[in-house]
Every structure is written in structure tokens, then in C-alpha cells.
Design a protein around this ligand. Structure first.
Ligand code: SAM
Length: 262
């Protein structure tokens, strides 16, 4: 089942949280010269147009990045990536997570991106071309299993599935355990939706038991429209770099002060 299309949701508050934390994380990790691996299991198309029919239909970006871009401190790495992408692709462009990673990482870093949907994969291939970027049309969980531990060994894995399959909530803690066993220095980040059904709660309880030192950052926001089931989003990060917890707390404060949170 591949019905989810991120173009409807790009730049919403959940993306803002995920992408701002990812940008901070990569900015901390690139303070050292040592090369990194960046693995993304569910990459999407990499580049979105917030004036597309999909984005306009839901209006989610208007309630996300378009409303709250001003909350970030000057020089925030998320804003840097956004500005660079808008310089290259125009003012309505919005970078997905692989594009943010490509903008913040260096030529010595290696990116592996998995995207299974044929059209999203084709768009991602058009959006990101560089010798250090490998794009795989493959199941993201299989890619993670086959690559870890990656070379270079220092690095980050972002897992951002669409949660169309209820089984994902059960499989994700297992995947994290298996990957962490093979790659104990990897920074493993999982994004999850907070739905009014609280479907994420057992998964999060299992992850928290398995990784007691992980950083868990959640925001709650009003549903994008009446009846919409998503009322927040979370990032669970194993082996977070020093400083990321403070950056996450600052994000919450700034969103709260701007009136974005529910
Ligand atoms: N990470 C992206 C971002 O923040 O810009 C958004 C990714 S979107 C939430 C999830 C993507 O996973 C969709 O593009 C979907 O086609 C893809 N997908 C779904 N199942 C997959 C699988 N088993 N392996 C790899 N990609 C998959």
C-alpha cells in the first residue's frame, strides 16, 4: 500500500518540528570534521512546492512553516537550508528531510535515501544529484538492515514512515533494537504522529524501555482541520548529540510563545 503522499502535508507543523530538529542535529554532528553517514528509510520527494494543488488543498503549510518561519533565531540551520532551497527553486519551494540533509552535510559525508513509491522516487532522483548521494528504490527497513553499521560509522538514521500499516507501530521498536545492536554509535531518529487514537503510546513505551537515555520531544497542536486525527507529533532520538535536548526545549518555547501549540 503506497497511497500516502507527503505533498499534502509538506511544511506543516509536524514537518517544522521534524525538520528543525533534524537540522539542529546535523549541525551539531558536522561540528567535527570526521565524515558521517546519513540514512533515511522513507525519504519522500525531497523538494515540494507549497503552491501545488496538494498543498493548497489542505492548507497545512499555511498553518506551519508559512505562519511560524519567524520564530527561529537568525542563522538556525533549518532556516539556512530553507533559504538556500528558495534561492535555487523560488519562494514557494520547501525542502523535505533529504534535501535539508543534503544542504547541511558535506562532500565527505555519504547519504543513503530509500523511497519506494515510483513517482516520489523519480522526483527525489531529479531533486538530488551528487556523487555522495545514493538513492534506493527499496523498502526502507530492508535498506537500514542491509547498510548498518554503515561506512563511515559515525552518523544518523532518520525513520519517517507514513504509518499506513498499523503493524509499523509494532515493528519499529524491533527495528530500532536490531539496528542499535549492530550500530551502537548511530544516532537513530524516529518521527511519529500523535493521533487522537493515541496509537503511538505502546510503541513509545517500548522504545522508552529499550532506550532509557533517548531524547523524546513532542509538540501538541490544534488539528489542521475539523475531524483531522493528528493532534501533535514526536521525535524519538537515540544517542542524541550534546545540546540537542536544549535546542528541542527552545523549539517548544518559541512555538508556544508564537501561539502555535494546542
Ligand atoms: N521524510 C520525508 C520528509 O520529511 O521530507 C517525508 C517522508 S513521507 C512521511 C513517507 C514516504 O515513505 C512516502 O514518500 C512514501 O512513498 C514512502 N514509503 C512508504 N512505504 C515505504 C517503504 N516501505 N520504504 C520506503 N519508502 C516508503
Amino acid at each position: 500500500m503506497l497511497s500516502y503522499q507527503h505533498a499534502f502535508h509538506a511544511g506543516n507543523l509536524a514537518d517544522l518540528q521534524k525538520h528543525a530538529l533534524l537540522a539542529e542535529l546535523l549541525s551539531y554532528m558536522t561540528k567535527k570534521d570526521k565524515p558521517l553517514s546519513y540514512i533515511e528509510t522513507h525519504a519522500g520527494r525531497g523538494l515540494y512546492d507549497l503552491t501545488s494543488a496538494e498543498a493548497v488543498k489542505t492548507g497545512e503549510a499555511a498553518q506551519g512553516i508559512e505562519a511560524y518561519q519567524g520564530i527561529f533565531r537568525q542563522g538556525h540551520p533549518y532556516l539556512q537550508a530553507l533559504a538556500e532551497v528558495r534561492r535555487e527553486h523560488g519562494p514557494s519551494a520547501y525542502p523535505g528531510s533529504p534535501m535539508i540533509a543534503a544542504k547541511l552535510l558535506r562532500s565527505q559525508d555519504k547519504l543513503h535515501l530509500a523511497e519506494l513509491h515510483p513517482q516520489e522516487h523519480a522526483a527525489l532522483t531529479r531533486a538530488l544529484r551528487a556523487p555522495n548521494i545514493a538513492i534506493h528504490r527499496q523498502d526502507g527497513f530492508d535498506l537500514a538492515q542491509s547498510l548498518c553499521p554503515p561506512d563511515p560509522r559515525r552518523g544518523v538514521m532518520l525513520v519517517d514512515p507514513p504509518y499506513e500499516l498499523k503493524q509499523d507501530y509494532v515493528e519499529l521498536p524491533k527495528l530500532f533494537r536490531q539496528i542499535a545492536k549492530k550500530w551502537n554509535v548511530g544516532v537513530l531518529a524516529l518521527w511519529y504522529p500523535i493521533l487522537n487514537s493515541a496509537a503511538h503510546v505502546p510503541m513509545l513505551a517500548q522504545l522508552s524501555e529499550d532506550f532509557p537515555g533517548a531524547l523524546c520531544h513532542e509538540i501538541r497542536f490544534p488539528p489542521a482541520r475539523e475531524g483531522h486525527r493528528m493532534i501533535g507529533s514526536g521525535m524519538f532520538i537515540v544517542n542524541p548529540p550534546w545540546g540537542l535536548a536544549e535546542a528541542a526545549a527552545e523549539l517548544t518555547d518559541r512555538l508556544r510563545s508564537a501561539g502555535a501549540l494546542g
